[in-house]
Design a protein around this ligand. Sequence first.
Ligand code: HMG
Ligand code: MG
Length: 298
Amino acid sequence: GLPARVRIHEVGARDGLQNEKAVVPTEVKADFIRKLADAGLRSIEATSFVHPKWVPQLADAERLFPMVSDLDAELPALVPNERGLERALALGVRRVAVFASATESFAKANLNRTLDESLTLFEPVVRRARDEGLHVRGYVSMCFGDPWEGPVPLPQVVRVCTALRDMGCHELSLGDTIGVATPGHVRELLRLLTEAGVPVGETGVHFHDTYGQALANTYAALEHGVTTVDASAGGLGGCPYARSATGNLATEDLVWMLQGLGIETGVDLARLTAASVWMAAHLDRPSPSRTVRALSHK
Ligand code: HMG
Ligand code: MG
């Protein structure tokens, strides 16, 4: 059966804005995050403490975080290494995420490391974060396909997931970075993870909508018992270090489906849509979300 409630992990301000050509002013980002919280989202990924040359769009993390830290929402942030964690701790960040890859090519492109070197990079980060009482999420990118390597063998994905859990990550997020997954593929990976002893309650899904499969994939994951779903308001998103990655599953599309299924999210769809329309005006292009378009043209 399907869950009674889904926890939406909103990634628009991070995954979405990291991929914008134009750098969005810090005040606009803060207003956006505030509107997302007002719409009822309680887990809003705010920014990344990565190298500012690698992702200039998020180089204002130090200025942004204090502008939103009063909100009644969890505000997790990405940290690739100890330097990133230091920066996050200095601001009082309480939830962090490390981000691994299921493939060598993306580990190299995104972290300038081999896959195993990147896991070694994360070990002291996760240990220290846990010692400080932080909640740690472990992303795994390219779970269903890689732009350089093509199909990704599922045992390779399971190995990285298991390594992150053994390291101490409280939760995983399975990334379909380039949006190539289909529901059968999702079911198969979740089945293998369950077999490997990875609890489905501690596993989120992170679908990009490149091929229009993100909602169908989410439904397959919900049927398997997944209750944490990543999505980005208005369908913002992509990844600057992955060719052919487009926006994430739009939060509005997700909420529309979940409402129809009678699944609780705590999100006010009208307010959320208004936030995305507002952001689209700042970015000077319409939201790709079908639900946003339908609801805003009524
Ligand atoms: P590197 O060049 O190998 O860095 O980059 P390094 O460790 O050799 O350090 C070089 C210099 O950078 C040093 O300075 C460090 O202090 C500095 P120097 O001594 O030369 O003056 N430095 C930093 N400065 C500020 N903050 C830091 C930091 N770290 C080092 N944290 C690194 C390695 C990991 C830093 C780099 O590759 C990087 O920042 N990568 C981030 C890429 C990224 O953010 N990608 C997008 C997020 S992942 C994603 O979107 C996928 C996801 O959505 C899931 C999915 O869809 O699949 C999560
Ligand atoms: Mg992503």
